[in-house]
Structure formats: C-alpha cells, structure tokens
Design a protein around this ligand. Structure first.
Ligand SMILES: [Zn+2]
Length: 781
C-alpha cells in the first residue's frame, strides 16, 4: 500500500489492497485503509499450494501497520494463516472472530498442523525433499490462540476509532459479515455468505445501516443454483442407486461445517428408506478425528443456528447432531471395507489425507461414485476430477497413475450465493462502490459485467454504481469527499436551538444539541448526502461561531463555545492547565494503593492489570512488574503507575495542588514506612502459588459460566460474591437456572456437578454443557 503505486491518490482516500483471494478462490486476505486506520480481513491459505506458496502476499505490506484483523469464518482458505501472521511476522494488531468460529478454529487448525506434518513426512520419503511445509507448529497455535478476541453477532466493537459489527453470514456455523465504520465511512465485508435457509443455519442478513463500500464474494459469478429440493433429491438418489448396486460412495468434505448439513440430509433419508437400504446393512461413515469434538461445539452453539434445528432440539431433547445412521470413524485403519458404503471424508479437495487415499483405492471400479458437494478450488484434485480424467496421479507413489473408471458427479451444497441471491443482496445493501473478491477470474468478470448492466441506468448520475475486480496486489483507491458534520454542544447548542425554535418546524436532534453542517465540498458522496439531509433542513441559514474541536480517536467534530470548552472536552485540560510529575517507585504498587486508601478513605481504580487493588491488606502478594495501575484520588488527581514509574496528573488549582503534594509525599515515603516492611514480608510466603492456582480456577469457572450465559441467557445466574473475585472462595461456587417454576437447577461450578434439578432433560443438558464447557476451557495442549 505504498504511495508510489497510487500516483495521484492522497492519504485521505479509501484504499483496498488484496493480498489473496482477488481473482482467485483461496488464501483470502484483504487490507483496507482509511484515515490512517488499517483493517485486515481474513488470513487464509491456498489449498492448491503448500508451505509458503500457500500464503497471501504478506511481503507486500508492512503488517505492523494493521490495527485490527477480522476473521469471517473458520474455513482454511479464510483462517489458516492466522497463526503465521500472529507468530511469525511483525503484526501487532488485535484479532477478532465470533465465539463458534474460535471454538471450531482451534480444533481445525490443530488438525491442519497434524495433516500437514503427516503429508510432509510421507512426501519427504519419496521426493527426497526436506522442505518443511509447516507454516507454524502446535506451540504457535497455542500461543496465538489466547490472543484471539471474540465478538458476538450484532455487537459493535470500537478499537481506537475503528468500529465494527458482526452479522450472520449463513455459510457455516459462526460465519460472520463485518460492517466496519471508520470516520463515518461504512464498509461491509461479506466473507463467504449464503442466503439459503438450510437445515441448521440462519441465512445471511442485510445490516440495518447503509454501506458505502461493499466487499462481496463472487464464487459462483452469474451461475444459478438449482432449487435446494432438486439438489437434495439428486444427491440421495445418486447415492441410493450406487449402494444398491454394491458400489461405494465417496463424499470428500471439509471436516466441519457443510459436512454437518450433509449428515442431517443423509441421516433423515436413511431413516425414511431403511427397508430399501437393507435395514442398516449399508453404513454411512463420517471419517474425521474431529467428529467428537465438533459434535460438542455444534451442540454448544445450537442457539446460534436457525429455528428448525432449535425446535428439533427442544422437541426431542436430544442433540440433533447425534445421528442414528452415521458411524464415526476416528481412525481409517478401523474401517473394514467389505461391501457398499457411504463415506464422508476430509479433506474436501482430495489433496491428501483420508479422502485422497480412498479415492485412489476406489476410483478404478466403475460401480463406485465420487460425489463432490463443495466448491472445488482451481488446481486441486477435486477440480481435476471434474474433467473426468482417465487416470489420476497417485499421491503416495508418484511413479504410478491410477485408472479412473468410477462415476464422478458434482452437486453443490457449498452455501455460497448464486447470481440472483447475490444481486438481491447487493441491491438491498445499496453501496455505491462494489469490490469483488473470492472468485476465479472468469466468473468474477462475468459477475462484474452483469452488475454493471444491471445498474446501467444509474450511469453518470449521482447514484452511479462502480464495480471493481482487482487482481492480487493491485491497489484500489477511492475518493470519498463527503462532508464534515460538527456537533454543536453546550451553551452554543442551547443558543442555536432557542434561535431555531422561533421557526416552527425544527426538530431537536438529541440531548447533546443539534447538528450543524460545515460544507467542505460541493461534490459530496451520495450516501453522505442522505445522512445529513435532516440536519441541513433544520439549521438552514443559521450562522454560529465557536471553536471546532476534533477528536482524533472518534473523528467526532464538535463546535463548542469558548466558555464551555473545559466542561465538554475534559481531555483538552491537558493542553491548558495541567500539571504533571513523575517519580521512580521504590516499592510495590499494591503497597502504594494501600497507603493511599489509609490516607484518603477511598479512591477510584481506573486501570488495574494485575488486580492488586482487590486483595486484602493482610494478603498483599508479590506483584507483577509489568501491569498498569491507574487510580483517581479525590476525583481530581490521576496517579498512573507502570513498571517502576509513577506519574501524577492534575488540573491546577489550590485544592488539587495540596492533594497532589500529599500523594507525592506518600509515593516518596512508602519505602521507609514500617508498614511496608511488615507487609513486604508477606510477599515471600507460600500463599503466592496457592493464590495463582485459585485465580486460574476462578477464571475457568467464569469461562464455563459464560457458556451457560450464552445457552440460557437471563434464566442463568452465577452466584459469586465480590469477595471471591480475586480473593479466595470460601465455599463452592454455584449457579442457578430458573426457566420457570417447574424447571430449575442448581449447579456447582467448583465440582462441575448438578446439585438439584427438577427436570431430567434439563439435567442432561446441563451436564453435557458442563462437560463441553470444561473441554472448551482446558488449555489446548
Ligand atoms: Zn468458506
């Protein structure tokens, strides 16, 4: 994203730079930048390549400039290079994904590391190559995992001026679209998305707020999906016909996600057609060593799926992902290949692993069937098979090729939008600029033409829609002139509104005041225009004067009269009348805190990284040196301590200066105080380790409680009093669930047992969540 490829662009332009997934499917990674803020979207690998070659073009940008990295969903082409970015580069931004994405990601990537190592070893024997294709190892995975933050659907984060909200994207469990707002400009990134209501997922939603730039997938270009019911019928009858003739069916699938949807379809069909299928004589296998773990995750997040499956769950009180007719194969060596069977096996694109081994074993026989249901990426075996080749290369023995006589069919259950679905969505979003990603060149090019022709009536109007289909590493720079809106606040606002009230039809904007508009440019962007129209009407022709204050963090522009400036812009005090003094500390932060408490009664804790202010005086422990502690004394003196540096800040006034002096005196004298000697001796006693362990337990309980909160919402209460947080729990920690009078339960979180429960199904459910919850919070390795 250097300026030199951009020619005339200025720093104020919105910029899009694709590092992967532009004019291709695979290694999705896009970087957007606006007003000095940089967001990366996805960090995938390309399934057709190995090792470093599978990465997005990370060398093309300075990864240390990324503020926030958002992962749309857990598929490898969107998420599998994340540990590489976090561990092997100078990236230092924050990473977000949804809860279910994070839960599944951990298992998938662990498996990804395992499979890559296995195929390395297998290949190094025959290729006599020592190339290490592993981009990272288990340790990298564990170390980066804890630093990944989660975001709930429909919640908004604000990371130093970058606001983003997650919306349902359909596609797979946990998949999210992100609407990002920087300085008033809204960008929507769809990730992979689906508008079809299927057996377990919600379809993608259109965010309620307008969007200026839409970054949208174009996987299927201008293609049209057959109706779902037709596809299901084709799928089941192809499989049925193959197995009754004694053939084997191979369904290469991605270990998780769409596989669950196929299992739901097949399990139902097998139950309905049990007689024709030899009453259980034809097994369906799901070969995945992740099956068990994923079952837990899928059950945990049932509340994030659609009404169908939630109803099924409520009615039967059993996990709809526990199938009657499906056998889990953790290890392919346990598989006895005697007669007809149906096998779902990963990886989905047959590059290596179990699905590839079975393909090579079964493809010479005519009666067998390979059924591709996912999207096949260019350069993979799955894509090659579509050409109905006579022979395929063997992965384990490159000297031979295997004859292909089996049937190969493709029926897509890939959960990407088709043209009509994509167009409807694009029209509803209504963005003026559309950037296409996640599509091979041809379908993407066709989609671009189709969109341009769809919007041709708007050409050369203010509402013209521009469509871009850049290649990887080609910068798109878009100018958004827009307008600046400044909010009048304080007495200035009162002044304006009283003037305006003399006009009948004036609407007051909000309690803060009313908005006035400062025109910067005649040629504004149309969306911006819409947004400020109301304000324009309400303040027409009124001239006001004040000081324009811009907030660097939020980009808010406030118009404020000089007399109010200190009241409304507290931060500005620093530049006006602030005093600041720093000293080096000779003692522990918790001691200082304790002394300040003795002196001033109570203080407000603003930051306390190491939780030193919550421990009791008698229990002062050795404190970590790296954490920050910031406290406000007498509502006016701010004391900030980090490492061994203490800084005092206050606004100058007679009283404040006196208080500051006494705080300073404490800072300088604590070292020599007898109390600190006495208290310091406690820091070396054996309680320290004990406390640490208890903290860990409390943290675990809190995490498991969060899973309950997600599952049961407000009907769940964790009984934990303040003393226990950071202190030592005297008794076991309990939780209550009260759904109604006849459905209540008491859970002991210390023993992870259900103590009382009025309903058997509820009890079963709680027990399984306790189990899942404890699995989810155990350290990865
Ligand atoms: Zn995907």
């Amino acid at each position: 994203m250097q300026n030199n490829n951009t020619g005339t662009t200025t720093n104020d332009n919105f910029r899009f730079f694709g590092l992967g997934g532009s004019n291709e499917v695979g290694r999705s990674c896009h970087v957007i930048r606006y007003k000095g803020k940089t967001v990366m979207l996805d960090a995938g690998v390309h399934p057709a390549y190995r090792g470093m070659a599978s990465l997005p073009f990370y060398d093309e940008i300075d990864l240390s400039t990324i503020d926030v990295l958002l992962i749309s969903h857990f598929h490898l082409d969107h998420a599998a290079s994340l540990p590489y970015v976090m561990q092997k580069t100078n990236f230092k931004g924050r990473v977000f994904m949804t809860h279910p994405t994070k839960a599944i990601y951990r298992w998938l990537l662990k498996d990804f590391v395992r499979v890559t190592s296995l195929s390395n070893n297998a290949n190094s024997n025959i290729r006599t190559s020592n190339d290490d294709d592993n981009l990272y190892n288990d340790t990298d995975l564990v170390e980066s995992f804890d630093r990944i933050e989660t975001i709930d659907y429909h919640s908004t984060m604000d990371i130093s001026g970058i606001k983003f909200t997650a919306y349902h994207a359909g596609h797979v469990l946990g998949a999210a679209m992100f609407q990002i707002e920087i300085a008033g400009l809204r960008i929507l990134f769809t990730g992979d998305y689906s508008r079809e209501v299927d057996r377990h997922l919600n379809s993608a939603e259109v965010p309620p707020f307008s969007t200026d730039v839409l970054i949208v997938e174009s996987t299927f270009g201008t293609a049209t999906h057959e109706p779902r019911i037709t596809r299901e019928r084709k799928l089941t009858s192809l499989i049925h016909n193959t197995v009754v003739k004694g053939g084997r069916v191979l369904l290469p699938v991605f270990a998780l996600g769409r596989a669950q949807e196929l299992l739901l379809i097949l399990d139902e069909y097998w139950t309905q057609h049990s007689n024709d299928l030899g009453n259980g004589q034809v097994p369906i296998y799901y070969a995945s060593n992740l099956a068990r773990k994923c079952l837990n995750v899928f059950q945990t997040y049932i509340n994030m799926m659609n009404d169908n499956i939630r109803k099924k769950f409520r009615d039967s009180k059993t996990n709809p992902f526990i199938f009657k007719n499906i056998l889990y194969l953790k290890n392919i060596d346990d598989f006895q290949d005697f007669g007809p069977s149906v096998m779902l096996a990963s990886p989905g694109m047959l590059q290596n692993g179990v699905s590839r081994d079975l393909l090579e074993k079964w493809c010479p026989e005519e009666k067998n069937l390979v059924l591709i249901t996912g999207y096949s990426i260019e350069g993979t075996m799955a894509k090659f098979l579509m050409l109905q080749p006579d022979h395929i290369p063997s992965i384990n023995n490159p000297d031979i090729s295997v004859p292909r006589r089996c049937q190969v069919e493709e029926i897509s259950f890939a959960a990407h939008v088709d043209f009509q679905e994509n167009l409807d969505f694009i029209e509803q979003v209504g963005a003026g600029k559309i950037i296409l990603v996640h599509g091979e060149s041809n379908p993407m090019g066709r989609l671009k033409s189709a969109l341009l022709s769809n919007f041709k009536n708007l050409k050369n109007t203010e509402k013209e829609v521009k469509v871009y289909n850049p290649r990887n590493c080609v910068l798109i720079s878009l100018e958004f002139k827009g307008v600046k809106v400044a909010k009048a606040i304080g007495t200035l606002a009162d002044e304006i509104s009283s003037k305006l009230l003399t006009d009948e039809d004036i609407r007051k904007e909000d309690n803060d005041g009313i908005k006035t508009k400062k025109n910067e440019n005649e040629n504004e962007n149309e969306n911006e225009n819409e947004r400020v129209e109301d304000e324009e009407n309400s303040s027409q022709g009124l001239a006001v004067s004040g000081i324009l204050v811009s907030d660097e963090k939020t980009f808010d522009l406030n118009l404020v009269s000089l007399t109010d400036i200190r009241e409304h812009h507290v931060d500005l005090k620093t530049t006006i009348l602030k005093e600041r003094q720093s000293v080096t500390l000779g003692c522990k932060k918790d001691l200082i805190y304790w002394h300040l408490l003795q002196m001033f009664g109570s203080v407000d804790v603003l930051i306390d990284d190491d939780n030193v202010t919550n421990i009791k005086e008698t229990d002062l422990r050795e404190n970590k040196v790296n954490g920050e502690l910031e406290i406000m004394i007498m509502k006016s003196i701010k004391l900030h301590m980090v490492d061994s540096l203490a800084t005092l800040e206050w606004v100058q006034s007679a009283i404040n200066d006196t208080v500051a002096d006494s705080v300073m005196a404490i800072l300088l004298s604590v070292e020599s105080s007898p109390a600190s000697v006495k208290l310091s001796s406690h820091t070396h006693d054996h309680h320290h380790d004990h406390h640490h362990e208890e903290d860990q337990i409390l943290l675990r309980i809190q995490q498991i409680a969060n899973v309950f909160k997600e599952q049961f919402g407000d009907t769940f209460t964790l009984l934990m009093d303040k003393e226990e947080i950071g202190g030592s729990p005297k008794e076991d920690i309990k939780g209550l669930i009260t759904i109604n009078e006849s459905m209540t339960a008491k859970i002991n979180f210390t023993t992870l047992k259900v103590e009382e429960c009025t309903s058997k199904p509820l009890k079963g459910r709680i027990e399984s969540i306790l189990k899942i919850g404890s699995d989810l919070v155990t350290p990865l390795c």
